[in-house]
Design a protein around this ligand. Structure first.
Ligand code: NDP
Length: 477
């Protein structure tokens, strides 16, 4: 019997994906650069399903049914190229190579184009959910050709997370679309985590709540519209007491957040596409600031306001106000992320169904949340929705939240508690809804020093003013 799919690269992610496939009744060929991982998988988990271990590339390829489906799950970057080059010459036209690692979508586009010329399908696929997700059901975001999805889709849908009976897997779009969407997923994850962290900081610094009390606030929020995996784990982290010191866990952890790079990619691409994803950018910068330890120690004595926590009615209301601010800021961060996907789709010619993207993020992945149902509904009601902020439900919720949102940010500013995520979200909201922006002045400045020209509200064409002469507009420039 031959295998319906093969996995090469059997570190935690590949191993768990292979086990997930086998547990669903698929025969899985196994391969890894060093044999030990392959042997270990068969020794420890061989009874979970049908595996065909292979100890050379040729043996692996020979173990596969046609069209062959080879899933690569190795370190992203040069190792992925090396593994592609190892297998591509052994494959035949119509076979499918899947890269399920965290590749940059531009690499995926390059690889897809070059393998297409060789008659092979290349599918860059986002997989979210970490090692547990890979084993029990991740959210899967495959790109590539529709033909490759016809054979691969059923297998991936089978092993993906399920929500309301629907698989958290869909064909996202051509070539790099899957990895692009996975990248934005991670960017949104950064923003969501930052907003939650700011909520904690405010409840503690302005509200005077203890970590254990904040854990219980988050537990309550998790029964409402903010219900999500990230809120759930936040309450667990905050409730955790360090066994050695007896202190709250959050107080014994160094406050320097690390990052592996997908958030940074999201921001870099946001800049390239000209999409203001300020919520994601501030989240990445906030991690960078937290990690600038020597700079922070040099600046530690800089003056700030004297902090006295809230009291009375303001304190009584505060947790509810923060919930509103968190919700509104979260809507903005997601609105920005979905606009980035839309801009990527336009730039690269992908036909991406944004409502489907929200639907497959409801399970398996890190940002899984009830909230995503509302995004799916918003795009179902209006497929060409310009921004989530103007869809009926979100519009009303954010309008209703705005008094609390503004009040929380005012409190933060007056007490000197940094809320880059909340603040940039509100600035974006106010910027979008403004009748007039000071960009008119910026255009004037640009025309003054660089003769960059401007357009007028009352006449067509582009204009330049002779600033050094009589100041009259010369038209057209
Ligand atoms: P690693 O990223 O740690 O990669 C280890 C695997 O890559 C091993 O199988 C290793 O083989 C193989 N490898 C490394 N270099 C080469 C090479 N030059 N040629 C052949 N094989 C090579 O493994 P993970 O399981 O953590 O992640 C796999 C992929 O999944 C990565 O792209 C990662 O970014 C992505 N990912 C990871 C998630 C996570 O939570 N960890 C979540 C989602 C995606 P050997 O055993 O011989 O050293």
């Amino acid at each position: 019997k031959k295998a319906s799919i093969g996995v090469t690269g059997l570190a935690v992610m590949g191993r768990n994906l292979a086990r997930n496939l086998a547990r669903h009744g698929h025969t899985v060929a196994l391969h890894n650069r060093s044999e030990a991982r392959t042997r270990a998988l068969v020794d420890r988990f061989g009874d979970e399903g049908e595996f065909i271990p292979a100890y050379s590339a040729q043996e692996f390829v020979d173990a596969l049914e046609r069209p062959r489906q080879v899933v690569i799950m190795v370190k992203a970057g040069a190792p992925t190229d090396a593994v592609i080059e190892e297998f591509a010459p052994l494959l035949e036209p119509g076979d499918v190579i899947v890269d399920a690692g965290n590749a940059h979508f531009a690499d995926t586009r390059r690889r897809e184009a070059s393998l297409r010329e060789r008659g092979l399908h290349f599918v860059g696929t986002g997989v979210s959910g970490g090692e547990e997700g890979a084993l029990h059901g991740p959210s899967i975001m495959p790109g590539g050709s529709p033909e490759s999805y016809a054979s691969l889709g059923p297998l991936f849908e089978d092993i993906s997370a399920k929500v309301d009976g629907e698989a958290c897997c869909t064909h996202v779009g051509a070539d790099g679309a899957g990895h692009f969407v996975k990248m934005v997923h991670n960017g949104i994850e950064y923003a969501d985590m930052q907003l939650i962290a700011e909520s904690f900081d405010l409840l503690r610094g302005a509200g005077g709540y203890s970590p254990a009390e904040i854990a219980s606030v988050f537990r309550t929020w998790n029964t409402g519209r903010l219900e999500s995996y990230l809120i759930e784990i936040t309450s667990e982290v905050l409730a955790h007491v360090d066994p050695g010191s007896g202190k709250p866990f959050v107080d014994v952890v160094e406050d320097a957040a690390e990052q592996k790079g997908t958030g940074r990619w999201t921001v870099q691409i946001g800049l390239d596409l000209g999409v203001p994803i300020s919520g994601i950018a501030e989240a990445v910068f906030a991690r960078s600031l937290s990690g600038s330890t020597s700079l922070r120690s040099a600046a530690r004595g800089l003056g700030g306001p004297s902090r006295s926590p809230l009291s009375g009615a303001a304190l009584d209301r505060f947790a509810d106000d923060v919930e509103q601010a968190l919700y509104a800021s979260k809507v903005v961060a997601y609105a920005q992320g979905f606009n980035q996907i839309q801009a990527g789709a336009t730039e690269y010619g992908w036909d991406i169904d944004l409502g489907r993207v929200a639907a497959i993020w409801r399970g398996g992945c890190i940002i899984r949340a009830k909230f995503l149902n509302d995004i799916t509904s918003a795009y179902a009601a209006e497929p060409a929705l310009p921004t989530l902020l103007t869809s009926g439900g979100f519009r009303k919720a954010v309008e209703d939240a705005q008094d609390s949102w503004r009040s929380v940010i005012s409190t933060a500013v007056s007490l000197g508690i940094p809320t880059p995520g909340f603040s940039t979200a509100l600035a974006y909201y106010d910027g979008l809804r403004a009748d007039r922006l000071p960009a008119a002045l910026v255009q004037g400045q640009r025309d003054f020093f660089g003769a960059h020209t401007y357009r007028r509200v009352d006449m067509a064409g582009s204009f330049h003013t002779a600033w050094a002469a009589d100041g009259r507009p010369e038209s057209p420039a």
